[in-house]
Design a protein around this ligand. Structure first.
Ligand code: SAM
Length: 621
């Protein structure tokens, strides 16, 4: 049996254990947690410096305050009470413009919140130091770059006598994998020589030799075929390196907000919440968003599946912006698959009117169906015709977009195969098809449309053969003229290019380049149709009508003759055939002009004959 515990007896609480008692608070050498023996904080030398500065600043402030106060009293003799205090945000410089406080008051304020004031100042100073350091770093980098450039130029200039590689050297190089350093160096040298050919060239060497070597080296350096490299060098004699280098990197990933379902200001934050880092694309687009990085696949978010956006390159917004479709119009997208531009057109038309989305490729038409369905487009008809046949089907559209099939020389960063797969035949084939499609697109458009009568032609090619050449052809073949695209950036189209002389209005077309606009290479032209007549077709039509009339009359007369001769078995078909045979026979016998003259004479005689015959018949009756 032990003693019972007295409940009233309050036992003292047990203190810290033996181990805890022994341990002192941790100290960290050189930090502000370190304390001296008298319990005060031990400051580092930097903190001491800052403290000194602070004190100095405080002193000068106090002195300035006192001076100001004395001056004010002297000037108007009024007490500081009567003064109207200034508003806090009157000026950016809050400290000097704050209501006047005496030095004692200032000290009080400083003592009231010493921690905040000091911490803020410390932070400010640290920020400034970081800023200074980063500025110094940027300056250093710039200096290094400039030095490197200067060194390269110095190298080039010091080796004034740059010599082109000999045949043996080239053969030797061809058997080895390309040495990028050698190629870069030689490309720089050749371009340097070509920039001032007469004074820098190697005696006895022609410009052509330098050009040929440059093309070979550029092809080896960037893996292009010589045909395409020559074309590109013709297009970009100065900017060639910038263009080729831009093709080595992808363009920014962009998406287009589908305004049929949401707004950009609503979509942006939702995507950011999903871990997709987006920002408005550019000043010229109110619906584009640039994607900087993403934690989720862009084609699988709930917003994508619900049709709130379309994955679309920035450059492909441009043709639709140039087309500027209006509500309740009839619009044709002649080559629509997979439907990126079609869905943008539908959004601008606010799902009203009629959008005819056509593509010659049946498989790709399926993509149009699914995209337009996902994006909630309900004003569209999707067809699978060859665009060249469309004028026979429907030809009274207010606006027509022809985003033509092309060589893809503007989108090499997306499809590297273009670098080596295109030759002259491909380009000419493309150009030919583009011309045919453009004439068909113009024929589908109604010049008398009250709101439109516009045709927009675009390609993702940078080659003149697929762009200015095609437009120049259409200007000659149809009643259309070029009008401004309504895009306030981009480079002007070519009016003169090598041996080509295009219509001066071609400068109204727009070219977009990867290296200048950080967009895919694109070409956009806007045409206004001013007459539905087809030049040259009137005379043809007249001729056809005339021939038809003649044949009809001839047939009638032959029929009449036969009937008169009592040959009742001769039917209409035979008559036509015999008339045709006669015409063919005549064609073979005489020259065309003679034939036409004689035919007119013949028609006249026939008319006379028929008239007489009718009279005779009438008399008989
Ligand atoms: C540049 S893509 C069109 C891209 C589309 N406009 C877009 O933004 O999604 C060219 C399209 O033309 C189509 N095409 C090629 N030849 C055609 C023809 N003769 N008639 C109509 N479409 C044709 C191809 O199937 C291809 O889908």
């Amino acid at each position: 049996m032990g003693r019972k515990r007295d409940p009233l007896d309050e036992r003292p609480k047990s203190g810290p254990g033996r181990k805890t008692k022994k341990q002192k608070p941790p100290t960290f050498a050189g930090t502000k947690f370190e304390e001296t023996e008298d319990g005060k904080k031990k400051l580092s030398h930097r903190q001491k410096d800052r403290l000194k500065k602070r004190l100095l600043k405080k002193e000068t402030k106090q002195q300035a305050g006192q001076k100001r106060k004395a001056k004010a009293v002297k000037e108007d003799g009024q007490s500081s009470k009567n003064k109207k205090p200034k508003l806090l945000f009157d000026s950016d410089d809050g400290e000097d413009d704050s209501p006047d406080l005496s030095s004692a008051e200032e000290e009080e304020v400083a003592e009231e919140e010493p921690g905040t004031d000091e911490a803020e100042e410390e932070e400010e100073e640290e920020d400034m130091e970081i800023e200074k350091a980063s500025k110094a770093l940027i300056k250093e980098q710039e200096e290094n770059e400039n030095m490197a450039k200067a060194e390269l130029m110095l190298n080039i200039q010091s080796q004034e006598k740059f010599v082109l590689p000999s045949g043996q050297e080239i053969e030797k190089e061809a058997n080895l994998p390309p040495d990028l350093a050698i190629l870069d160096n030689r490309i720089a040298h050749i371009r340097h020589v070509l920039a001032d050919f007469n004074s820098r060239r190697e005696p006895g060497r022609s410009r052509q030799e330098y050009n040929n070597q440059l093309i070979k080296d550029l092809c080896a350096r960037f893996t292009y075929n010589e045909y395409l490299m020559t074309k590109l060098l013709d297009l970009f004699p100065v900017e060639i390196m910038d263009f080729l280098e831009a093709n080595e990197y992808p363009r920014p990933v962009t998406i287009r907000t589908n305004t049929l379902k949401t707004r950009r200001r609503d979509l942006g934050p939702v995507l950011i919440d999903r871990g997709i880092n987006v920002e408005p694309m550019a000043r010229w687009s109110s619906v584009g968003l640039t994607v900087f990085d993403t934690k989720v696949p862009l084609g699988a978010t709930p917003e994508y599946l619900a049709g709130h956006y379309m994955l679309q390159g920035g450059a492909s917004f441009l043709p639709v912006m140039a087309l500027a479709p209006q509500e309740k119009e009839r619009v044709l997208d002649m080559c629509a698959a997979p439907g990126g531009k079609s869905s943008y057109i539908a959004a601008l038309m606010k799902n009203t009117g009629l959008l005819w989305s056509n593509d010659a490729n049946r498989e790709r038409c399926k993509a149009v169906v699914s995209n337009l369905h996902r994006l909630g487009v309900i004003n569209s008809v999707i067809t699978n015709y060859d665009g060249r046949a469309l004028p026979k089907v429907f030809h009274s559209f207010d606006r027509v977009l022809l985003d033509a099939p092309c060589s893809g020389t503007g989108v090499i960063s997306k499809d590297e195969a273009v670098k080596i797969s295109k030759d002259e035949k491909d380009i000419l084939r493309c150009s030919h098809l583009q011309k045919e499609l453009l004439l068909a697109a113009i024929d589908c458009c109604n010049a008398n449309s009250k709101t439109g009568g516009f045709v927009v032609y675009s390609t993702c090619s940078v080659l003149v053969e697929e762009n200015e050449w095609v437009i120049d052809f259409a200007l000659k073949k149809r009643n259309v003229k070029l009008v401004p695209c309504g895009l306030d950036f981009g480079k002007e189209g070519f009016v003169n290019f090598q041996q080509h002389r295009f219509h001066p209005s071609l400068k109204l077309t727009r070219r977009f380049y990867p290296h200048s606009h950080n967009l895919d290479g694109f070409f956009v032209a806007k045409l206004k149709k001013f007459s539905n007549k087809i030049p040259g077709a009137e005379s043809k039509e007249e001729k056809t009508k005339e021939t038809e009339e003649t044949e009809k009359q001839e047939n009638e007369s032959i029929k009449g003759d036969n009937a008169e001769a009592g040959d009742s078995k001769v039917d209409e078909k035979q008559v036509t055939q015999s008339a045709n045979r006669q015409t063919k026979f005549s064609n073979g016998q005489q020259k065309k002009s003679d034939f036409n003259g004689q035919r007119k004479k013949f028609v006249g005689q026939k008319k006379k004959f028929i008239g007489q015959k009718k009279k005779g018949k009438f008399h008989k009756k």
